[in-house]
Design a protein around this ligand. Sequence first.
Ligand SMILES: NC(=O)C1=CN([C@@H]2O[C@H](COP(=O)(O)OP(=O)(O)OC[C@H]3O[C@@H](n4cnc5c(N)ncnc54)[C@H](O)[C@@H]3O)[C@@H](O)[C@H]2O)C=CC1
Ligand SMILES: O=C(O)C1=N[C@H](C(=O)O)C[C@H](O)C1
Length: 266
Amino acid sequence: MKTIKIVVAGPRGRMGREAVSLVHNTEHFQLAAVIDRMNDGQSLSAVDGFSGIDVPIYTDIERCFQEVKPDVLIDLTTPEVGKKHTELALHYGVRPVVGTTGFTKEDLARLTELAEDKGIGAIIAPNFAVGAILMMKFAQMAAKYFNDVEIIELHHDQKLDAPSGTAVKTAELISMVRPSKKQGHPEEKETLEGARGATYDGIPIHSVRLPGLIAHQEVIFGGNGQALTIRHDSFHRASFMSGVKLSVETVMKLNTLVYGLENIIE
Ligand SMILES: NC(=O)C1=CN([C@@H]2O[C@H](COP(=O)(O)OP(=O)(O)OC[C@H]3O[C@@H](n4cnc5c(N)ncnc54)[C@H](O)[C@@H]3O)[C@@H](O)[C@H]2O)C=CC1
Ligand SMILES: O=C(O)C1=N[C@H](C(=O)O)C[C@H](O)C1
């Protein structure tokens, strides 16, 4: 298999550390450099937790792309930075694999157009865990039979965006198959603002943030005399890494932007 030359953005983050380890330990992947906010020009091996991983750190992504000429960028940063990085990657002909969440419909439309213009692949995946993809697919299946549904997503308290990318993606998949509907009593009123959560196409989404959690989601369907709950839990960020590996391998064969791993997992 041809070696894929990879740059990871956000290497010191919770996900970035796992991704650096994945790339470093995968035979046909080459970790060529990392992009961080500090330590420009130093070796990653000098940073705590990365001993033996001797690749350069860049704080300037454009200089990194010009000098390193990677095949793939793995971005695990923050919503605003992730959008900028994805755009620059496409501009430089580097295929982005983006786990960073917080992209709007407009962002996705713009990036899809850019990938088309450049004729290269890109993957933006709100969740890389295979169990989470199945949860979303099962929820879409169930929505054909149950019109009433609410999503509860639960994450660690350091998460920047709410609702989670996974919750938004789940609501999008459900709204593709169920008729648009306003749920609950037509005259219901919130006596405390936010009590009914956010809504996507009439689907309430509730976000829980607590220390100790990693990434969890329940999709609850209610019907006549019954309820169906579909739940997924990530107890460790290793749960996301097989999806990152598959995305890097797949993005090399694509020439458009794919949003969501459900589109590449059979
Ligand atoms: N798609 C998926 O399966 C998953 C996606 N995520 C998403 O990944 C992103 C990162 O999550 P965590 O690792 O938990 O966050 P984190 O806060 O631990 O890490 C983010 C890292 O990005 C770095 N960063 C910020 N600005 C930067 C810049 N300009 N250049 C380079 N690095 C920069 C920070 O220094 C930090 O180390 C979030 O958007 C999160 O929602 C998280 C878990 C799974
Ligand atoms: O920030 C996180 O941790 C996660 N973010 C992603 C999301 O917003 O859906 C994926 C996973 O839930 C973990």
